[in-house]
Unconditional design. Structure first.
Length: 378
């Protein structure tokens, strides 16, 4: 089908939705099925990484099979893969060449630095062997453009965007966590492509919403509203981590849904915000980040965001899962949970809404602390 495409940095235009390959790893047959479904849904952009186990190998075989059948999107596939920061020039060069071999490609349209999550990751890309590696990848013709993904702080992401080193970025942009939208709009204004990471799953397990959230978004399903919110804001492309072809049905239906929000969608967004605020009352955290920095390094806004979602929309499973991942995912997620608050009160005079932050953090821990769940990979 002919689907809407948007500019993505200086590279080829991409479909409104991107197939993320991290969840189709059970077998080659599973990857084949979801890639075929992506093609039928009008998707031309595929996102993968060596860190996703056999994803590149499975994807390369799936693309080769479709190529033999003469099946490809108009203009061909646009593939994004990644490389972890910190590797030496020689090691990185070998890793990139190995990725191309696994994918069956001579040229990779997009190469992302996989996780600029700490300052040293950005410094690696700005100078020394990292800068040498990224420049060689471009100059050699093996890579079309370079970008980055990040699970890092707002300040770090803003610095990476402003550095001028990158043509695109992959960010956590979600209906229920719009705090990074300002960063996305800055990147778009600079001509960068912006990919929204996991707006369905990391955005609140919206494929399995609570009855409360469904009522708050009615008559629009929460996942549909989340996708439309991001697309109407001009985000270049949204990832869908499909495990089966049916997971791409909504992306198929919304393949051309790039227009402005409808009155019904605007009304649903307003109601969603109003109901969350009503339930939380004067204890609603507006995510202004004025409480930072915490002398004990407690990530106050992120923790109170989870509290907002737990009490505001009854997202128990999602918030517990995210909370109990804290300290277990290295630099990919927060390191300290609410129990690290020492009650020093340093944040209290900085909060413009006079929130009793230490008390709210203690409540957050009581609400969400539970036996941790295993990560999807690793």
């Amino acid at each position: 089908m002919t689907a809407t495409r948007r500019p993505f940095g200086r590279g080829p235009a991409v479909s409104l939705f991107t197939l993320g390959t991290m969840r189709a790893l059970a077998s080659q047959a599973q990857m084949d099925a979801v890639v075929r479904a992506a093609l039928e849904a009008g998707i031309n952009h595929l996102e993968t990484a060596p860190a996703y186990g056999p994803a590149e190998t499975f994807l390369g075989a799936a693309l080769a099979r479709l190529e033999r059948q003469g099946r490809r999107p108009d203009g061909g596939w646009v593939v994004t893969s990644k490389i972890l920061p910190g590797v030496s020039f020689s090691e990185g060069r070998s890793q990139l060449q190995a990725s191309l071999k696994r994918l069956g490609l001579h040229h990779l349209p997009n190469l992302a630095v996989h996780g600029i999550n700490r300052q040293e990751h950005l410094l690696w890309a700005q100078d020394g062997e990292g800068q040498q590696l990224l420049q060689w990848a471009r100059d050699s013709g093996l890579v079309g453009q370079v970008g980055f993904s990040s699970h890092g702080s707002h300040a770090l992401i803003a610095e990476a965007i402003a550095s001028g080193l990158f043509e695109f970025c992959n960010l956590h942009l979600h209906l229920l966590d719009p705090s990074r939208m300002e960063l996305a709009h800055d990147a778009l204004a600079r001509g960068m492509g912006v990919l929204a990471i996991s707006p369905a799953d990391k955005g609140g397990r919206l494929w399995d919403p609570s009855p409360t959230l469904c009522e708050d978004c009615a008559p629009i399903p929460p996942l549909t509203l989340a996708y439309r919110y991001l697309l109407a804001a001009g985000i270049s492309t949204l990832t869908v981590g499909a495990t089966q072809p049916q997971d791409l049905d909504l992306a198929h239906r919304l393949a051309k849904a790039s227009g402005a929000l409808s009155p019904a969608e605007r009304s649903a967004l307003t109601r969603l915000e109003q109901r969350r605020r009503q339930r939380l009352g004067q204890e609603h955290c507006g995510q202004c980040r004025s409480c930072l920095p915490c002398p004990n390094q407690v990530p106050i806004p992120e923790l109170l965001r989870l509290r907002n979602l737990r009490l505001g929309h009854d997202l128990q499973a999602f918030t517990q899962e995210r909370y109990n991942l804290i300290g277990r995912a290295g630099h990919w997620w927060e390191q300290l949970d609410a129990s690290a608050c020492q009650g020093c009160g340093d944040c209290l005079p900085r909060c413009p809404h006079d929130l009793p932050i230490p008390d709210l953090l203690a409540e957050t821990h009581r609400l969400l602390a539970a036996p941790p769940r295993r990560r999807l990979w690793g």
